[in-house]
Ligand binder design. Structure first.
Ligand SMILES: *[C@@H]1O[C@H](CO)[C@@H](O)[C@H](O)[C@H]1NC(C)=O
Ligand SMILES: *[C@@H]1O[C@H](CO)[C@@H](O)[C@H](O)[C@H]1NC(C)=O
Ligand SMILES: *[C@@H]1O[C@H](CO)[C@@H](O)[C@H](O)[C@H]1NC(C)=O
Ligand SMILES: *[C@@H]1O[C@H](CO)[C@@H](O)[C@H](O)[C@H]1NC(C)=O
Length: 409
């Protein structure tokens, strides 16, 4: 405190300003001369600081040593909520405002007071400049829809994420006012986004998915966006998942059309002429999208209101909106398949749930390596699924037991 206060001291600052004016007025000064002059000032400052510190020592029993934080004014004085941040009279103490910039390009505090409208507008601002003034390492955004406000499989995910902190970010949409209980060193800690109530099958679920996308887009390094539920698990290790997604030319959003009552009959003719039956699509809710397709979805004000009005049970917006929109606008850049495995073979409106008894190494191996090949970047592969659902909380113990041997993490 003492040290910072001294540098900011009016008399010293006045003298510094006078010297700066001198320097700028004297045009013939070369860069080297300026550098030398500033070094002299800096040395003077250090000597004066030591002198004051010595004085303090003599006049008081306790030595107050400046901590690293105090010696780095930009870190010590950074206040995210505005207030004394950014510009103003304290310029002498904060020549380096990097934390403000860092917070802008990759927010670490996810709570904010933006409405959805404000958030979506902010999230769809795209840099016009060709490059980035920082080293941009593409990240995968893992976006969890935690409808019940719990993440029972978090310990498995924590194992999956460990050691890859620079290559991913996590976002959680839980019911409002529910705080998910995770330890402070968990990648899920502090990653809840401002949320609203959702109900199964209604458009509020799609609103939540868009809210996740928008919050994740605020981090300029996020390049791929995966939507997951609390019952999803990763069936491959992080490096495999990362390389698979970041290296893919296509998004992994399941998109198809079938002449069945679960697909065709959910279309409403009131969506015409903007959306015709020929354009109507269906697919799994659990998508993986590139940054530009995610941005495009949030800019859509033409089609989404039609879903809000005309897609009601037994039409489910989360199975049709993104699928129809991407099919119409970005079809060529989509793989039309999902990377999240699920088993619908039991019939009904909910898929097979895997409990402790079903979660065997044989099951996980069969998901890791598909019997039928699929294509990735136009090449056939048997690695078709990176994630799988739905696993019950009691499947956690056997999954943790096999994670190293079977899933390689
Ligand atoms: C949070 O989790 C810890 C450890 O699992 C547990 O001891 C604690 O009771 C939990 N807190 C709440 C409020 O559920
Ligand atoms: C990840 O898994 C792949 C195969 O599934 C394996 O070849 C690789 O060594 C694993 N990576 C790590 C860091 O364990
Ligand atoms: C996905 O479907 C679209 C047509 O909707 C097509 O243009 C595209 O090539 C398909 N993607 C792949 C990888 O086949
Ligand atoms: C854990 O895995 C080993 C094989 O790797 C198996 O023998 C053992 O039964 C498993 N334990 C549990 C509790 O599933």
């Amino acid at each position: 405190m003492r040290f910072v206060a001294f540098v900011c001291d009016k008399g010293m600052k006045g003298a510094l300003d006078d010297f700066k004016v001198m320097l700028t007025r004297n045009q013939p000064f070369t860069g080297l001369a300026k550098a030398v002059a500033f070094l002299v000032i800096f040395a003077l400052g250090v000597v004066a600081g030591l002198w004051v510190a010595a004085g303090a020592h003599q006049s008081s029993d306790s030595i107050v040593r400046p901590t690293i934080m105090q010696l780095m004014p930009s870190a010590a004085m950074y206040q995210p909520s505005g207030g004394s941040g950014g510009g103003g009279g304290g310029d002498c103490c904060r020549p380096d405002t990097k934390p403000v910039f860092a917070e802008f390009v990759a927010p670490t505090r996810l709570m904010h007071d933006m409405t959805d409208e404000e958030l979506f507008w902010r999230a769809t601002l795209v840099p016009a400049a060709a490059g980035y003034p920082f080293e941009r390492v593409p990240k995968v955004a893992f976006m969890f829809l935690a409808g019940h406000g719990v993440l029972p499989l978090a310990p498995l995910w924590e194992r999956f994420f460990r050691g890859h902190e620079d290559h991913f970010s996590v976002y959680v949409h839980a019911p409002p006012a529910v705080a998910i209980n995770v330890s402070e060193d968990s990648p899920f800690h502090g990653r809840q986004i401002p949320s609203q109530e959702t109900s199964w099958g209604s458009v509020t679920l799609m609103d939540a998915e868009k809210r996740l996308l928008a919050n994740a887009l605020l981090d300029f390094s996020n390049e791929r966006f995966v939507l997951l539920s609390e019952s999803c698990i990763p069936v491959h290790n992080f490096t495999t998942v990362y390389d698979y997604l970041v290296g893919s030319e296509h998004s992994f959003l399941e998109v198809y059309y079938r002449n069945t009552k679960q697909c065709r009959n959910r279309y409403s003719r009131r969506m015409a002429p903007d959306i015709t039956l020929r354009q109507w699509r269906k697919g799994s809710q659990w998508f993986e999208l590139t940054r530009d397709i995610a941005t495009s979805i949030l800019t859509d004000t033409r089609y989404y209101p039609l879903f809000r009005r005309h897609c009601r049970p037994s039409c489910y917006p989360d199975e049709h909106y993104v699928q129809t929109y991407v099919g119409m606008r970005h079809g060529a850049r989509n793989s039309n398949r999902t990377v999240t495995h699920v088993d619908w073979s039991t019939g009904g409106s909910h898929p097979m749930a895997y409990g402790a008894r079903e979660a065997t190494p044989e099951l996980v191996r069969s998901i890791r390596t598909s019997r039928e090949p699929c294509t990735r970047n136009s090449q056939p592969t048997t690695t078709c699924y990176l994630f799988a659902r739905k696993f019950s909380p009691d499947a956690l113990a056997p999954l943790l037991n096999m994670s190293a041997a079977v899933m390689q993490y």
